[in-house]
Design a protein around this ligand. Structure first.
Ligand SMILES: Cc1cc2nc3c(=O)[nH]c(=O)nc-3n(C[C@H](O)[C@H](O)[C@H](O)COP(=O)(O)O)c2cc1C
Ligand code: SF4
Ligand code: SF4
Length: 381
């Protein structure tokens, strides 16, 4: 397997795998990342406070028992922290500031290090929110959009960290994408335990941004559940703490790498008929001849049933998906996900010597082809 087996790129960064460490202020510094996440595709360290106001707010948080990174030399501290991360994981720094200038200064430092700047629009601590930081940015979309545009002018790869279910997720994601951000890092928090997988799927179906899904991941199943809703990458914060599983990141890297080798599409979607599939799952849909959920989905992309049929047939031409006379609709291009047992499809695959992983890689390319050729783009539909 190559270093690029997951094909994960954005801007000047390439991630070696889709597992990330997420920030915990006062905890996730370079030392923590080296100890717990040296095999991660991405380590997000911080959150770092870049100006006097956020450092003062952090001091108040410390006074009431929370951990924070406080510094009277924030940019020197930031630089040292980035340089302190060993190994070949991509580094992102999660940052907060009450004004734009410190963010621009940080962006220049981060870009020179070929790292990622992650703007914290997530923090809900009152001391931060009351000075217009963290979650306050989700409630002030014009300001957030303005800041993103200015930061992007530095050329830095920019991630925006948000929490789901605070404002309208789709409006927020689209505003962030139009403003030019590269990555959307979503804490899929909901009321009660577990992550809001539905939020990840709706965001996937509304934006083309690189999507990192986060919340309550403690094992391979949690990771696969979130990836199957369209996250390109998943991140873990609390699950890595000592009283949870300090080796979790390394275990997930091994598990997801083995899964990708065997299954060919580590974040393959669920089927649409189950109600959980995102638009990429059109790659597994039948010929649209009966009344079912496919019609609503292709309608969103502006296709008639005939146009959708033509598009899939066009993709299949000259590929292994063209075969399959004995399948339900006469070609593998209409066939189901490999996880659905089917002796008809498997018989054809045996006959043409097509491995399961290769079948799924073709379906992944088909999904990309469908979305790239949509008459109404995903971020407008
Ligand atoms: C102690 C602690 C501190 C955190 N600090 C930050 C922060 O500074 N910036 C940020 O964007 N998210 C912060 N988070 C949120 C986490 O990155 C993550 O989104 C959240 O904990 C859900 O993921 P998990 O279930 O894997 O922990 C913090 C979380 C915890 C528990
Ligand atoms: S076309 Fe087939 S796979 Fe797609 S939603 Fe309809 S029944 Fe399900
Ligand atoms: S042949 Fe099997 S895999 Fe193909 S569409 Fe029919 S049920 Fe699905």
């Amino acid at each position: 397997m190559t270093d690029d087996q997951f094909d994960l790129h954005t801007g000047y960064v390439t991630f070696k795998n889709p597992i990330a460490l997420a920030t915990m202020a006062g905890i996730t510094n370079s030392t923590f990342a080296n100890e717990h996440a040296d095999r991660a595709g991405l380590v997000v360290i911080g959150g770092y406070n870049l100006d006097e106001k956020t450092n003062d707010a952090a001091s108040k948080l410390v006074a009431r028992g929370r951990d924070e990174f406080i510094s009277d030399n924030p940019f020197g501290f930031l630089k040292n922290e980035i340089e302190g991360v060993g190994g070949d994981s991509v580094v992102a720094v999660n940052v907060r500031s009450a004004t734009i200038e410190p963010l621009l200064e940080a962006a220049r430092i981060v870009k020179d290090a070929e790292a990622i700047l992650e703007l914290d629009a997530h923090c809900r601590q009152e001391e931060m929110v009351s000075i217009g930081v963290g979650e306050a940015l989700m409630h002030d979309i014009p300001k957030l959009v303005d800041w993103i545009g200015k930061i992007k002018k530095t050329g830095v790869v920019l991630s925006i960290k948000i929490r789901a279910n605070v404002v309208n997720d789709i409006d927020l994601a689209r505003a962030i994408e139009s403003a030019g951000a590269d990555i959307l890092h979503v804490d899929a928090m909901k009321e009660g335990p577990g992550a809001d997988l539905h939020a990840i799927r709706s965001i996937r179906d509304s934006t083309n941004m690189f999507l990192i899904g986060n919340n309550s991941i403690t094992c391979l199943k949690d990771s696969k559940d979130m990836l199957a809703r369209g996250a390109d990458m998943i991140s873990v914060a609390r699950g890595v703490l000592n009283d949870s599983n300090p080796n979790l990141i390394s275990e997930l890297v091994d598990d997801i790498t083995n899964y990708q080798e065997a299954a060919g599409w580590y974040n393959a979607p669920k089927h649409i008929c189950g109600g959980e599939g995102d638009l990429r799952a059109l790659a597994f849909c039948c010929l649209p001849v009966k009344p079912c959920a496919v019609h609503n989905k292709i309608g969103k992309l502006g296709f008639s049933a005939q146009e959708f049929t033509n598009l899939k047939m066009e993709f299949a031409k000259g590929t292994m998906l063209e075969y399959g006379d004995s399948t339900c609709f006469g070609s593998l291009v209409w066939c189901c996900k490999l996880s659905k047992p089917c002796f008809l499809r498997d018989g054809v695959m045996d006959m043409i010597d097509l491995s399961g992983a290769e079948y799924m890689r073709l379906k992944k390319n088909l999904a990309t082809y469908i979305l790239e050729n949509a008459k109404i783009p995903v971020n407008e539909c």
